[in-house]
Design a protein around this ligand. Structure first.
Ligand code: THU
Length: 131
């Protein structure tokens, strides 16, 4: 099932703009509509302005009219699978139920499987805004 996500994440990773860290990341999300949305990290000479691969994939998904994530796949060229950063966990949680599967992978084929609620227990969500 995640096979197509892996390939899409691998492919988009090659487009990453990471001249500063040299650390290329690709992300692929499956929306509730079955479509796959991809993103890569885009760095900036003003370092904090860089964006993560997950953020790019979320932006592509929302721009296409989908707001429900069913599956997440993140891939990097690291020795061990790289977990989404804290900010990306929060961004993913905005559009994902806690049981959404998240696969973290290396380009060499190692995969680690988890869920969004394991990555972000006690998440802040819109429910808290209701008072
Ligand atoms: N990065 C991502 O794109 N996603 C992650 O989950 C971890 C980190 C990027 C941000 C930056 O361009 C580079 O990896 C090094 O931190």
């Amino acid at each position: 099932m995640a096979g197509d996500l892996r390939q899409r994440a691998m492919d988009v990773r090659t487009q990453a703009y990471a001249p500063y860290s040299k650390f290329k990341v690709g992300a692929a999300l499956r929306g509730a509509n079955g479509e796959v949305y991809v993103g890569c990290n885009v760095e900036n000479a003003a370092y904090p302005q860089g964006t993560c691969a997950e953020a790019g994939a979320i932006a592509a998904m929302v721009a296409a009219g989908e707001t429900v994530i069913k599956e997440v796949y993140v891939i990097a060229g690291s020795a061990i699978p790289v977990p989404p950063c804290g900010g990306c966990r929060q961004k993913l949680a905005e559009f994902s139920a806690g049981d959404v599967p998240v696969t973290m992978a290396t380009v060499n084929g190692t995969e680690q499987h988890t869920t969004l609620s394991k990555l972000l227990p006690g998440a802040f969500d819109a429910g808290f805004l209701e008072g």
